[in-house]
Write a protein that binds this ligand. Structure first.
Ligand code: HEC
Ligand code: HEC
Length: 471
């Protein structure tokens, strides 16, 4: 009998409406009185209002211009006509069509649309809100002064040059992050929407834990900023009013994540020396050759490549050698198989590999291993980290997830001496006998590989994206 009464009490408390985060007055009930009597532990475990995650709306978002990506490879005529990166819709007077902002996708990149979450529309308003949030240093932390741009600095390849950030991780570039299949070196988040908060509990946070790229209290802080309410409601729709008729702001983990992600997905850069050579070969309808590099080598490129005094044909031949080594095409150096992991338009397979950079202990395995679900654990996930992009490397030193290497020369020398031997080393870095393979590259081969990596650097991100909004 007592058991049933207890169960009934649990059911009754469980069915009460979720308590509003922070503000709603506490009703006088025996249960609440009991909770008040021992505040220290109970207050900590107070459930959070699920509206922190998502709010239903009464009024739809205001009509808005949509964002469209235009690529040279598929819409060359329109692409050639666009003179800027960001192209506002042409004013056509009264028209029923939705206005379109056109983004000129830099040469060499895939179609970003294929990487958007299903059903997600990119609009100008969402982008502007995302841009505002990215640069605003007043909401991310309780103490004003830190924004996304503090660590992802637009003039430093949207990264910084610190080795790590307290969590043992180097800040990665956000350039071309639209093509990421996972976020973070261990892939613990999937969507760009999830990088600030991933669970309801993240809002409350555990201040004692080391930095893991979630911030607590951000929804409450943003809700307390009246100057954000109108913009969120315009972009994401107006929520149902409070019972007493008061207006609510559509500021949730969902909307904050979506606005930021919209901006992040437009941080694109490409048009590298290598892209231009590939494009020339494509137009000629043949495989890439040294003459393609020679044709696109401008005088300014010699400085970036560190070959100020060299002649054009020599630099072109060296680039071609680097390209061939990278792709395992040099017959006497077949082991240099960089392309097996560094593939696709960002030179990343979006997979996780153990290169021997880590060193977790049994029972506390790190890297991808810690995040794959039960049933998918595999010894090669241990200390395996995401293959990073190889675009923009000149701007994003130091290298590797823990920032442990400072120069590209050291990175290539690291691979040449067989990465770092360990029990879980990726099979692609082993020979047929299962042992760590040495690449057997000479000093000249290593220089050519480094030169090829520099040729992937590409142009700067457009100024339009690098500046905080003018308001
Ligand atoms: C204190 C420095 C810092 C701040 C502030 C910061 N980040 Fe990061 N960011 C990092 C670090 C370090 C990583 C890598 C973490 C890891 O791999 O575990 C990272 C990773 C990321 C990634 C994943 C990229 C990838 O390729 O895996 C995204 C996206 C990102 N940050 C976006 C943001 C946004 C948006 C903000 C602002 C809301 C922000 N960051 C604020 C340091 C920071
Ligand atoms: C088995 C897959 C694999 C192969 C093969 C491979 N890489 Fe990597 N590469 C990775 C992974 C994974 C990382 C990141 C490791 C980490 O952060 O711990 C990486 C990191 C890098 C970085 C540092 C980038 C940064 O921003 O931190 C460079 C440069 C690089 N690789 C170049 C090469 C070159 C050149 C080759 C061929 C000699 C090569 N890679 C072969 C998987 C691979």
């Amino acid at each position: 009998m007592r058991g049933i009464a207890l169960a009934a009490l649990v059911v009754v408390t469980g069915c009460q409406p979720a308590e509003r985060y922070g503000s709603r007055p506490v009703h006088e009930t025996p249960a609440n009185k009991a909770a008040e009597a021992e505040p220290s532990t109970k207050a900590e475990s107070k459930p959070l209002d699920s509206e922190i995650q998502w709010i239903d709306i009464d009024e739809p978002p205001k009509p808005d211009a949509t964002i469209e990506f235009v690529r040279a490879e598929t819409k060359s005529e329109l692409w050639n006509k666009l003179t800027k990166f960001w192209n506002e819709p042409e004013a056509k007077g009264e028209t029923k069509e939705t206005p379109v902002v056109r983004i000129k996708v830099p040469l060499g990149l895939s179609d970003p649309r294929e990487y958007l979450p299903a059903g997600e529309t990119m609009t100008r308003g969402k982008w502007q809100l995302g841009q505002r949030l990215f640069f605003d240093d007043s909401w991310l932390e309780a103490k004003v002064g830190t924004s996304c741009a503090t660590c992802h600095q637009p003039n430093e390849g949207f990264a910084d040059h610190k080795h790590t950030h307290g969590d043992g991780f180097n800040a990665p570039t956000l350039i071309n992050c639209v093509f990421n299949r996972h976020q973070f070196a261990d892939g613990r988040a999937v969507l760009l929407e999830e990088v600030v908060q991933r669970t309801l509990e993240d809002e409350k946070g555990d201040l004692g834990k080391p930095f893991n790229h979630t911030w607590s209290g951000v929804i409450e802080r943003l809700r307390n900023k009246a100057n954000y309410h109108e913009e969120f409601n315009r972009v994401f729709g107006k929520p149902t009013r409070e019972e007493d008729g008061a207006e609510k702001a559509n500021i949730t983990q969902d909307t904050v994540g979506r606005a930021l992600a919209c901006y992040l997905r437009t941080i694109l850069a490409g048009d590298s020396l290598h892209d231009r050579a590939v494009e020339r070969a494509r137009k000629r309808g043949t495989a890439l050759q040294a003459e393609d590099y020679e044709a696109v080598l401008e005088d300014a490129a010699f400085v970036e490549l560190g070959r100020e005094k060299a002649k054009k044909p020599a630099v072109a031949a060296e680039l071609m050698h680097g390209y061939r080594l990278f792709h395992g095409l040099e017959k006497d150096r077949p082991l240099s198989n960089c392309y097996q992991c560094h593939t696709g338009c960002t030179f990343s397979d979006n997979e996780f590999h153990n290169l021997g950079i880590g060193g977790s202990r049994p029972g506390k395995e790190g890297g991808r291993f810690a995040w794959v679900p039960i049933g998918q654990k595999n010894r090669y996930w241990i200390d395996a980290y995401k293959t990073p992009t190889l675009r923009g490397l000149r701007r994003t030193s130091p290298y590797f997830h823990n920032g442990s290497v400072d120069s590209l020369l050291e990175v290539v020398e690291f691979y040449n001496s067989g990465a770092k031997r360990n029990n879980y080393l990726d099979p692609l870095l082993r020979g047929k006998d299962g042992k760590t393979r040495l690449l057997g590259c000479s000093a000249a081969d290593i220089d050519a590989l480094v030169l090829f990596l520099i040729s992937l650097n590409g142009r700067e991100v457009d100024e339009y994206l690098k500046l905080p909004p003018k308001r």
